[in-house]
Design a protein around this ligand. Structure first.
Ligand code: SAH
Length: 260
């Protein structure tokens, strides 16, 4: 049984993780500059365009996008608290007429076939898996539409076992950039551009804001073992990044739906 008073540890963890991340502008590595760099490869947008930002979180990147593209943007995320913050941010920036956040899951998207001009997804496609996401989302794009996703990648063919084991446990679908580009192609897209996110997407835009989020969180949950464990795991991820950043990172893939 699983009611309000009897939440499984899994539910509790998920809510706790989301609460921690809701105190950050972004929930993954990235930056406004990188969002705009990825956008610079996309040339099919007009004020009639429909764009989906899948796994949008609180919308850090969506608001940047919205301020630089015409058309309507729908942000979709599984977590309703993120969507509330997203819609609040859209209102605050006066974007509410063309930017809307909705709760939903990336494995059953509420779009029509060939309805979208652009699918955006930063640091989120891993939740469904890179290949599965590319394959399943393609049908929602118009022919000639674009997809822009960021995903974790290996930078070398071999790597130390500590970092290899960490990723094999967290996300075994992580792959080398050349293999990922081949998967993009195989899924029916023309790979238009691929670039590695610079280090400041992790440091300045992800780890630094986390310091404040950790403080808020630990104040609220001091003595809570699960909350403290969550912070320890976050610190470990940061340590691993600092130690092994030449072996992995995030990569942006921009691709165009081609007729096959
Ligand atoms: N794009 C944002 C958030 C990345 S974090 C940014 O770059 O800042 C990954 C996001 O995916 C989280 O907001 C999480 O709630 C969301 N997510 C996880 N599983 C999902 C699913 N099945 N469907 C939609 N969103 C999901």
């Amino acid at each position: 049984m699983n009611n309000e008073n009897n939440k499984s540890i899994h539910d509790f963890d998920f809510n706790l993780i989301c609460e921690f991340f809701s105190n950050m502008e972004r929930q993954g590595p990235g930056s406004p500059e990188v969002t705009l760099q990825a956008l610079s490869f996309i040339d099919n947008l007009s004020d009639k365009s429909l764009i989906a930002d899948i796994g949008c979180g609180t919308g850090g990147q969506t608001m940047v996008l919205a301020q630089h593209v015409p058309g309507e943007i729908i942000g979709l995320d599984l977590f309703s608290d993120f969507i509330n913050i997203f819609n609040h941010n859209a209102n605050r920036l006066g974007l509410q007429d063309r930017v809307k956040g909705i709760v939903g899951s990336m494995d059953s998207l509420p779009f029509q076939n060939e309805e979208l001009d652009l699918i955006w997804s930063e640091g989120a496609i891993y939740n469904i898996g890179f290949e599965r996401g590319l394959n399943e989302w393609r049908k929602y794009l118009k022919p000639g539409g674009y997809i822009a996703v960021s995903e974790s990648s290996w930078f070398t063919d071999e790597r130390p076992s500590e970092i290899n084991d960490f990723w094999m446990d967290a996300y075994p679908e992580i792959d080398t950039i050349s293999n990922q580009v081949a998967k993009v192609h195989k899924a029916g897209y023309l790979p238009v551009a691929t670039f590695i996110l610079p280090e400041n997407c992790w440091t300045e835009h992800y780890f630094t804001p986390k310091i404040k989020a950790k403080e808020i969180f630990l104040n609220k949950y001091s003595g809570n073992k699960t909350a403290e464990e969550l912070i320890v795991s976050q610190r470990y991820e940061e340590e691993l990044y600092n130690k092994y950043k030449e072996f992995y990172g995030y990569v942006f893939f921009i691709a165009k739906k081609v007729i096959q």
